[in-house]
Design a protein around this ligand. Structure first.
Ligand code: NAP
Length: 248
């Protein structure tokens, strides 16, 4: 039987690239999305074309009950989740912290930090051997914004991503003896739809050349690192952060 992977925000960008690569690496794939069912269906078609089983699951990752249903549906339809990618995320419009509405700060922290805690909790409750699980691997998608502190308009986002880094390093140690590995990826400037949500025009074209490697990255390049961290080749890697940032 193929192993089952569940990817939050699997409908677009980095999550979609993870789903597509996972199908080519032999996983059956559960694709979570929030609102864009058409994009999720397109990813599912590609997964099936690669010979794997695919399932799309609508769930807002900041809703704990919906997250429980998401894991249970994936397990019921495809089998126990062995690999989990906590990827879904949003970004605030670039602005000084002093000018960002409190509701917007709460929204960013809710989706970019609290939801990852909720999702990791749900994953570990199912994977941990001491709880009857079969073990597994988790990759959390953080950002270089955490090490750059979100300076330049993204402090709520950067602060939430810093929280994800602590979650990854802490949980990785907490469950290391329980058959579960937890690692994080910190992408740099990656060419996806999220760039449009920053309110900064042509962000990739304007800033790609400032990255030490000379260009922005692709979602597929991030997915390669995610799939490696989930694989048995990374069996001795846990509680660590891996930068995919072109040297940024
Ligand atoms: P994207 O292209 O905008 O895709 C975002 C994905 O997250 C979509 O699949 C979206 O679903 C889903 N999503 C958003 N809010 C959700 C919610 N509440 N519940 C469930 N799903 C939700 O973004 P991306 O660039 O691929 O980003 C993916 C991750 O990488 C994020 O955590 C982001 O912070 C991180 N990252 C990105 C970059 C970059 O430069 N692109 C850099 C560093 C880190 P729908 O399609 O249904 O809307």
């Amino acid at each position: 039987m193929a192993q089952v992977i569940l990817v939050t925000g699997g409908s677009r960008g980095i999550g979609a690239a993870c789903c597509r690569l996972a199908s080519r690496r032999g996983y059956d794939v559960a694709i979570n999305f929030q609102g864009n069912a058409r994009a999720a269906d397109a990813v599912a078609d590609d997964v099936r074309a690669a010979g794997a089983r695919a399932l799309t699951i609508q769930a807002d990752v900041s809703d704990a009950a919906a997250v429980e249903r998401m894991f249970d549906t994936a397990a019921a339809e495809l089998g126990p989740v062995a690999a989990f990618v906590s990827n879904a995320g949003v970004i605030n419009k670039a602005a000084p912290l002093a000018d960002i509405a409190v509701e917007e700060i709460r929204r960013i922290v809710e989706i970019d930090l609290t939801a990852h805690l909720i999702c990791n909790r749900a994953a570990v409750r199912r994977m941990a051997r001491s709880r009857g699980g079969e073990g597994g691997a988790i990759v959390n998608i953080s950002s270089m914004a955490s090490s750059l502190f979100g300076a330049g308009g993204f402090i709520p986002y950067g602060a939430a991503k810093g929280g994800i880094d602590v979650l990854t390093q802490g949980l990785g140690r907490e469950v290391a003896g329980d058959g579960v590995r937890v690692n994080g990826i910190r992408p740099g400037l990656i060419d996806t739809d999220i760039q449009d949500d920053t309110g900064v025009e042509n962000r990739i074209a304007r800033f790609g050349s400032t990255v030490p490697i000379g260009r922005a990255g692709t979602a597929a390049e991030v997915a390669e690192a995610v799939l490696w961290l989930l694989s048995d080749q990374a069996a001795y890697v846990t509680g660590t952060l891996f930068d995919v940032s072109g040297g940024r």
